[in-house]
Design a protein around this ligand. Structure first.
Ligand code: GRF
Length: 216
């Protein structure tokens, strides 16, 4: 059983999807702690309702990023988690922190990485009249939104899509792909070995793809 910590800043719908999927007998993992960087994070209540222990490392109480990250790292280690899933965590982590947890740190980003790194992805995708959009689960490296992509969820952009409508569909895909990746790691199918991602023992060439074009 792989112990997972989920780190959030906001409403925590991905955290909830990860925690709910963990309850399936074949998931291979369990969520041992949800950690938020702000006490107002809506996901804390959702986690508590699911019976998952929560803690807050309040970023505002620390004088600098190094002190905050030291406390966050200590909280993760104390939880015993072997895998850390950032899920709507709105801070950029230092290369030192990333290195400390290298190969154990995942993130989900609302675009088909390597396209549309950074913020406001839905608006930028719509403005560019892209045909496809989606979300990606990747290992975190020192390069922002730049670590190896493990799985993408892809959908077709509709002509009348708005930021609200497309973000709702992207979220629904996120809730499928993030727990799926956690299970692939928990069951040993995906491995990080010295900076290389392996799938069933061989280097991962092409990320997994979950398509949802049916309703387009
Ligand atoms: C998701 O869209 C994720 O891709 C991005 O932040 C959002 C988090 O949503 N990193 P939630 O807090 O999981 O509902």
């Amino acid at each position: 059983m792989l112990d997972v910590a989920v780190v959030i800043s906001g409403r925590g719908s991905n955290m909830e999807a990860i925690a709910r999927a963990a309850q399936r007998p074949d998931s291979g993992y369990r969520v041992v702690r949800v950690i938020a960087d702000r006490p107002e994070a809506g996901g804390l209540g959702r986690a508590a309702a699911l019976g998952v222990p929560t803690s807050v490392v309040p970023v505002k109480k620390f004088s600098d990023r190094a002190a905050f990250e030291a406390a966050l790292g200590a909280e993760i280690e104390a939880s015993g988690a072997r895998l850390v899933a950032l899920a709507g965590f709105m801070r950029i982590l230092s290369p030192q922190f990333v290195q400390r947890f290298e190969g154990r740190l995942l993130n989900i980003h609302p675009s088909l990485l390597p396209l549309y790194k950074g913020l406001d992805t839905h608006a930028r995708v719509l403005a560019a009249r892209e045909k496809h959009h989606g979300a990606s689960v990747h290992y975190v490296t020192a390069e922002l939104d730049g670590g190896p992509v493990l799985m993408r969820g892809q959908l077709l952009v509709r002509p009348n899509d708005t930021v609200e409508s497309i973000s709702a569909r992207v979220h629904a895909l996120e809730h499928i792909i993030y727990p799926h990746v956690c299970s692939l790691i928990a069951t040993g199918r995906i491995e990080w070995r010295d900076g290389t991602v392996l799938i069933d023992g061989s280097p991962l060439i092409q990320p997994f793809l979950e398509e949802n074009d049916a309703d387009a």
